[in-house]
Design a protein around this ligand. Structure first.
Ligand code: ATR
Length: 283
């Protein structure tokens, strides 16, 4: 049995164990995958990670509020993938062998953004040269910008309630990645985001809260994606009523999990089949 955990706070409602067990069943391997609560401080987080890997654990997922702490641990102790480095956040931990010694070091990847891109590709949403707007300038937006640019999108606009936060984020990302720097990402206030886009992504933390985004009357898109998941997301309802195709972020959740699982086990996952199986089990 290979052992895995997801570390978070709160963690009781994480769907990761169910998703990863479905992957394991699909490829025919035996795993345990459990939820790991952790107090919200650096020392506790590092102790949990160390105990897990010292005990023979294969891989850990990291969720709110520990993704930045996991990034810091990997930066100081081991290594980071390009996606984790640019995102400033890690959602996937594993041990890698250092070529020069027999020691294993902690390595962090971030599969969130690629999980989003893979989900959109599975929906046949056209990304090549697409005019894209992302609303939000927090951790969620930060993690998806490089993977979207690598997927070949065209003009990208980053909109945020607080314009200065969008500007700072674009400056930081442009310094961290040549691909982002060359892409010349535009910024604007969310209320000033107007006109026609191919794709608009909601990367704010609004989700199901009573708040609504200040969306301009003449803002339109062919495809609207909310990184949150659940019923009746106001952002998706708004654009569906205007004729757009819409999706919530449940497929992104499965997509990021599949990439973590593939990285840990080297088995590849048929994500569409898993999504169908999980949805059927809920009926
Ligand atoms: P996350 O890591 O989930 O992205 P975050 O870093 O706290 O979370 O960022 C939350 C994002 O949601 C920000 O872009 C925030 O806008 P501000 O930078 O202006 O705060 C956005 N957000 C949260 N609540 C909002 C609201 N009521 N209206 C508009 N934007 C909101």
């Amino acid at each position: 049995t290979q052992h895995f955990i997801v570390i978070g706070n709160p963690i009781a409602h994480s769907k990761s164990p169910e998703i990863h067990q479905t992957f394991a069943a699909q490829v025919g391997i035996d795993i345990s995958y459990r939820r790991q609560y952790c107090p919200d401080d650096t020392a506790s987080f590092n102790a949990v990670v160390e105990a897990f890997f010292n005990g023979g654990g294969v891989g850990a997922n990291v969720t709110v509020p520990f993704k930045q702490l996991a990034y810091a641990s990997c930066q100081s102790q081991g290594g980071l993938s390009e996606h984790a480095r640019v995102a400033g956040a890690v959602n996937t931990l594993l041990l890698v062998s250092d070529d020069s010694s027999k020691d294993k070091t902690l390595y962090g990847d971030n599969t969130d953004g690629q999980g989003l891109v893979n989900h959109m590709m599975s929906l046949d949403w056209p990304l090549t040269n697409a005019r894209v707007a992302i609303i939000g300038a927090g951790g969620a937006a930060r993690g998806v910008i490089l993977p979207l640019i690598q997927a070949g999108i065209g003009q990208l606009t980053l909109a945020n309630r607080t314009l200065s936060k969008a500007e700072v984020l674009v400056d930081e990302l442009s310094a961290a990645s040549n691909a982002i720097n060359e892409h010349a990402v535009k910024t604007c206030a969310t209320s000033a985001l107007t006109g026609q886009f191919d794709l608009i992504i909601n990367a704010t933390s609004i989700g199901l809260s009573g708040d609504t985004l200040p969306i301009a009357d003449d803002l339109d898109c062919h495809y609207a994606y909310d990184m949150m998941y659940g019923r009746a997301l106001p952002f998706l309802q708004h654009f569906a009523a205007r004729g757009a195709q819409t999706s919530d972020g449940y497929g992104m959740l499965i997509g990021q999990a599949a990439l973590s699982f593939e990285r840990w086990t080297t088995h590849s996952i048929d994500v569409t089949q898993v999504t169908t199986a999980i949805q059927a089990s809920k009926k």
